[in-house]
Ligand binder design. Sequence first.
Ligand code: NAD
Ligand code: UDP
Ligand code: UDP
Length: 321
Amino acid sequence: MEGSRVRTLAEDRVLVTGGAGFIGSHLCERLLALSKDVLCVDNFYTGTRTNVSHLLREPHFELMRHDVTFPLYVEVDRIYNLACPASPIHYQFDPVQTTKTSVHGAINMLGLAKRLKATILQASTSEVYGDPKTHPQREDYWGNVNPIGPRSCYDEGKRCAETLFFDYYRQHRLAIKVARIFNTYGPRMHPNDGRVVSNFIVQALKGTDITVYGDGSQTRSFCYVSDLVEALVRLMDTSSEFTGPINLGNPKEFTILELAETIVRMTASRSKIVFKPLPTDDPVQRQPDISLARREFAWEPKVPLDEGLRETIDYFKRTLQ
Ligand code: NAD
Ligand code: UDP
Ligand code: UDP
């Protein structure tokens, strides 16, 4: 056994779909640090090999190019299903493929989990609440989602994936975990994904106008990626009866204008803040109620916005050079 670790736990082999993406690459890193064998599956639609290139030399890391809309036959103990483009620009580029990734991808990964009796975690989203009529959003809120708008491929795809997860749970007694992730940011966000944190930082660093959509009074709450990854790992470790859905995000709420001003200040940028039209179906307010995560696994985000932004700004400074 020299040179190789002796396996003691049945849950050592972990599949991360979408593992070469922003959140997925941080999750792969964390799982390796926890001595797991990590199989990262990605079709590089929005993720890149560069995001995981530093992991390729790790003996317990394997990277596989594969599209989850096709069946996948591998042997693992746990599955984190993150594969799906996450930013409006990317998921609206090929909306049919977005729905297929959520729905066919969920069916295939659930079929895989069923065959292996593996626990499977779904990266769902706060978008299942749509433009919420209750505030903050609790898990028992059913949402206010437009089924036919430009965001629907993502929102309804993720809602259908949740339905599939709960049907496999009820019908096949599968061990499932459904995480509803709220806006997350950090290093390895795609610089052109149109999301607000990456857009504002890139604009501030380049000295171009900071584009606030609407009057900037809409709110979001931003969770730093290391906090989110910690929550995903803790969720996976909950007892088999615990399914979620569970909100994961940072409850501290900011207006988009406050975010723009903070980033301008932190980068000492000369960029001007300009106002552009608000996109269709853009939610006015979004804030997670995380009491369930606090209760179930004593989790709450630790990284304050300015600290997380500093790391993210440093990352973009390095990559934009
Ligand atoms: P990302 O785009 O960086 O990562 C998604 C990854 O999935 C990419 O590497 C992409 O190449 C891969 N992928 C896409 N389609 C695929 C397919 N058909 N087969 C295999 N791989 C495929 O986005 P992210 O921000 O890291 O998001 C990860 C997950 O978390 C997504 O499911 C997303 O919906 C969810 N989520 C993210 C946020 C956020 O704020 N970042 C919020 C809510 C939910
Ligand atoms: N599947 C997979 N890997 C597996 C087992 C199943 O990708 O190891 C896919 C398979 O292609 C199927 C889907 O998962 O279409 C759903 O599987 P399930 O067993 O639930 O349904 P069935 O095969 O009966 O349609
Ligand atoms: N937004 C903005 N300027 C940008 C990009 C986004 O004002 O350059 C706004 C957007 O309209 C939304 C908020 O920031 O109100 C968050 O947008 P993002 O796309 O990051 O996430 P989501 O809408 O999915 O929460």
